[in-house]
Design a protein around this ligand. Structure first.
Ligand SMILES: Nc1ncnc2c1ncn2[C@@H]1O[C@H](COP(=O)(O)OP(=O)(O)OP(=O)(O)O)[C@@H](O)[C@H]1O
Ligand SMILES: [Mg+2]
Length: 370
């Protein structure tokens, strides 16, 4: 077995040359408090637990991982919606975790978010014209007839009929509502849009239309996207690079084509095989690698490599040592994997039980007084 090269520190330099966003050692813990009066902290959810990544200007970085791996929390940290517990997030070189209120307001013009639920994120009692015009109002940028003109321009841009300016969200279909969300996100001509499951709630045929709209807008305005989705084929279609998250960490990241054809982390390998798209031509004959056990609780993550209780390749070292997140022998510099024993080309992982005894994966949340 090849020993991974000691290719440098865990916080290795970011891969793309012109990083618009650089996430450095970001941690986001949510305290769990107990008690009526003093609300003592009794535990912490390690939602994001030491993430490094970079997003190049004009590119799309996809983020995948099972439910609860911390994708949305990371997205909210990047957009400044969550204060981080520690670490830095550089946007064009400025650390946004230390911005003043005024600085944060200016930053929010450059960064927008599109959410999964086009129903929940639109106030049903407001007309779409005023919803899409919100960012102009918040930033005091356009009012009256000028605001209406700009909102109608945005509606046209995203494929909505500008004459429907006075309609309510309920009068639109699911796909059209997501277009309303896209128009609102575009209002201030942001540089970065973080899309958190933007098409998961839509019918498959509508998904393609919204994804193609996002791609067209990216080409037209030079937008940078962070794109989170459960559907790995959607992520492959939209992403230049993809990062795989597991229990608050990035375990592997690479150019999309490299990751999908040659995943190195056993978790990424299993995730892609489950979706049968690691190699679409061989999908029919491909063996699915079954991920055993549940995702462990983020309150008490496993020692060493967090994937070890579920990993068919786990050895003692994986229990004791946190693997560095670095390029592995034979991989391009921008393909990084946090694994002591990366999967070799042609290696089969299927149907092997973890070599290490399973640890309890039950969440160990303390009972909280009510
Ligand atoms: N505000 C919060 N307070 C406490 N815990 C939270 C909070 N937000 C998220 N968490 C916890 O942090 C962990 C990561 O959640 P997150 O929503 O970021 O995961 P995710 O990868 O987006 O999952 P999904 O794919 O289901 O959307 C989960 O254990 C979740 O319960
Ligand atoms: Mg989420």
């Amino acid at each position: 077995m090849k020993v991974p090269p000691d290719a440098g520190p865990q916080h290795a330099p970011a891969p793309p040359g012109d990083a618009l966003v650089a996430v450095e050692g970001v941690v986001k813990h949510f305290p769990i408090r107990q008690g009526v009066v003093f609300k003592k902290e009794v535990a912490r959810v390690h939602a994001v637990d030491g993430v490094d990544l970079a997003v190049g200007a004009g590119e799309t970085l996809g983020i995948v991982g099972e439910s609860g791996s911390g994708k949305s929390t990371l997205a909210r940290c990047i957009t400044g919606l969550h204060p981080v517990t520690s670490g830095r997030i550089l946007f064009e070189g400025t650390d946004i975790t230390r911005l003043s209120k005024a600085g944060l307001k200016a930053f929010r013009r450059d960064v927008q978010m599109i959410f999964q639920d086009p129903y929940g994120s639109l106030n049903p009692r407001r007309r779409v014209g005023s919803i899409i015009g919100d960012p102009f109002a918040v930033h005091g940028l356009a009012s009256g007839a000028e605001r209406k003109r700009r909102v109608q321009e945005l509606m046209e841009l995203v494929g909505l009929n500008p004459e429907h300016y006075n309609r309510f969200p309920a009068e639109f279909s699911g796909g059209q509502r997501q277009r309303i969300g896209v128009a609102r996100a575009l209002a201030l001509r942001p540089r970065l849009i973080v899309c958190d499951e933007p098409v998961s709630a839509l019918d498959v045929s509508i998904q393609a239309q919204v994804i193609n709209l996002l791609k067209d807008l990216q080409a037209e305005f030079g937008l940078t996207y962070v794109f989170i989705a459960h559907d790995l084929s959607v992520v492959r279609y939209v992403s230049d690079r993809v990062a795989v998250m597991y229990l608050g960490r990035i375990v592997e990241s690479a150019r999309a084509a490299d990751l999908y054809t040659r995943p190195r982390h056993p978790y990424a390998t299993a995730l892609l095989s489950a979706a049968s798209i690691a190699d679409p031509d061989a999908a029919e004959s491909a063996e699915r690698i079954v991920l055993t056990g549940d995702v462990p609780s983020p309150v008490n993550p496993p020692s060493g490599c967090r994937f070890h209780p579920r990993c068919p390749k786990a050895a003692d070292r994986c229990v004791d040592e946190d693997p560095p997140y670095v390029p592995r022998l034979g991989d391009p510099r921008d393909h990084r994997t946090a694994c002591h024993f990366p999967v070799e080309e042609g290696e089969r992982l299927a149907h092997r039980e973890p070599a290490i005894a399973q640890v309890s994966t039950e969440p160990e949340l303390p009972e909280v007084d009510t």
